[in-house]
Design a protein around this ligand. Structure first.
Ligand code: GLN
Length: 392
């Protein structure tokens, strides 16, 4: 008789620097401590019931089996229409738009499709925490280029200096998480000029495209033919329609790039859930929801900023996204001197407001005494948080 011995072989980690994402850590701690969660970016209010009805109708109508691998045709057509109307570029819904399970899946799939071992990929730090591990999983080399400290503006001399014959791609994100800055037309033109003589691909994360404030327009990569021709544009519905948990997004890219993207996508998620795609297509046919979004969030931004102006936090500008960054160094409490991550743990546990440290968006945990709040919350929630923050 042989004894059944349980043996789990040891694994050599592929991602030695990765733990649980800061967003999950802070949300769990906020829940445990009963803190107001201004950490992870998601609304605490409901989406429009019409959107839920549209998804429910799709289910009732029996649209519950696999959709086409590339996404439900009517949704791809609606997206093409929206991009053309807003940014003036026509993407072919059949060959140039693919529905994904959110933007995070879209980005890793792009990276797996284009990055080979030894390729360099430029990221502009601070950057969203999935980019770097994605590049590492593909065997690529991450080339971090800092955004200008203090202003978070792109430094094109530094970007130019980082380009090499090995550069496969550069990842950009505007409106920017976490700094809440947006790229200007001049920035986009400069990037276009810089990349023109190269074979470098552009991965443009535009998930906050409908949250640009103060009358400015979102400078989508789709507006710049020289960039769009080499770009994977990634966006999603979670932020725009207040449904971050639905995890539906898309990639728009020229047909030859889309073909390679789809080779990986089909063996990664294969398809994205059918009724949500139909529901989103029905709902977004009326552009009102995304056209009203800047005003909706601008009001929340202004409410939150006005409240913060009565605290000792120093406000950084907020041009887009639903994030507000603050400098903690002028607070009246000794904890202001803690590293950002420890400060956020303390703020969540002791003051009852969760925030995200900017150091989580840097490979070397660069600390500049700045933390990020999310203002995609009911006014009551923001007011409770503000009352607590005013004590510091
Ligand atoms: N994009 C969201 C944020 O920055 C979080 C997404 C996530 O938790 N992975 O807060």
């Amino acid at each position: 008789m042989t004894a059944t011995l349980e043996y789990t072989p040891a694994l050599q980690t592929k991602l030695p620097h990765v733990g649980t994402t800061i967003f999950t850590v802070m949300s769990q701690l906020a829940a445990e401590k009963g803190a107001v969660n201004l950490g992870q970016g998601f609304p605490d209010f409901e989406c429009n019931p019409k959107l839920v009805d549209a998804v429910s109708d799709a289910m009732q109508r029996g649209l519950n089996q696999y959709p086409p691998m590339t996404g439900v045709p009517v949704l791809r057509e609606t997206i093409a229409h929206k991009i053309q109307g807003m940014y003036g570029r026509r993407y072919d819904p059949n060959t140039e738009i693919t529905i994904t399970a959110g933007a995070t899946q879209a980005i890793i799939t792009v990276i797996l499709a284009v990055v080979r071992p030894g390729d360099e990929v430029i990221v502009l730090e601070p950057c969203f925490d999935s980019y770097v591990p994605n590049i590492e999983l593909a065997g690529g080399t991450v080339v971090p280029v800092p955004l200008t400290p203090g202003t978070f503006r792109p430094d094109f001399d530094k970007i130019a200096a980082a380009l090499s014959p090995k550069t496969r791609a550069i990842l950009i994100n505007s409106p920017h998480n976490p700094s809440a800055t947006t790229w200007s037309q001049a920035d986009m033109l400069k990037l276009q000029e810089l990349l023109a003589p190269t074979d470098v691909l552009l991965i443009s994360d535009e998930v906050y495209e409908h949250m640009v404030f103060d009358g400015h327009d979102h400078q989508s990569t789709a507006r710049y033919p020289g960039l769009a021709a080499r770009a994977f544009i990634v966006s999603s519905f979670g932020k725009t329609y207040h449904v971050t948990g639905w995890k539906v997004g898309y990639v728009a890219a020229p047909a030859s790039l889309t073909a390679e993207f789809r080779k990986v996508h089909q063996f990664n998620v294969f398809t994205v859930n059918t009724p949500m795609q139909h529901g989103l297509a029905t709902y977004m046919a009326d552009p009102q929801a995304h056209l009203e979004l800047p005003m909706f969030y601008r009001r929340k931004r202004d409410l939150f900023r006005a409240g913060l102006a009565n605290t000792k936090f120093k406000l950084l500008p907020c041009e887009g996204t639903y994030f507000q960054c603050v400098d903690i160094s002028s607070l009246g409490v000794p904890e202001r001197k803690l590293p950002e991550a420890d400060f956020c743990l303390w703020l969540t546990s002791e003051i009852g407001v969760a925030a995200i440290p900017l150091s989580a968006f840097y490979g070397n945990s660069f600390d500049q005494h700045v933390v990020r709040f999310c203002f995609a919350k009911k006014d009551e929630t923001l007011n409770i948080a503000l009352e607590r923050l005013a004590r510091l």
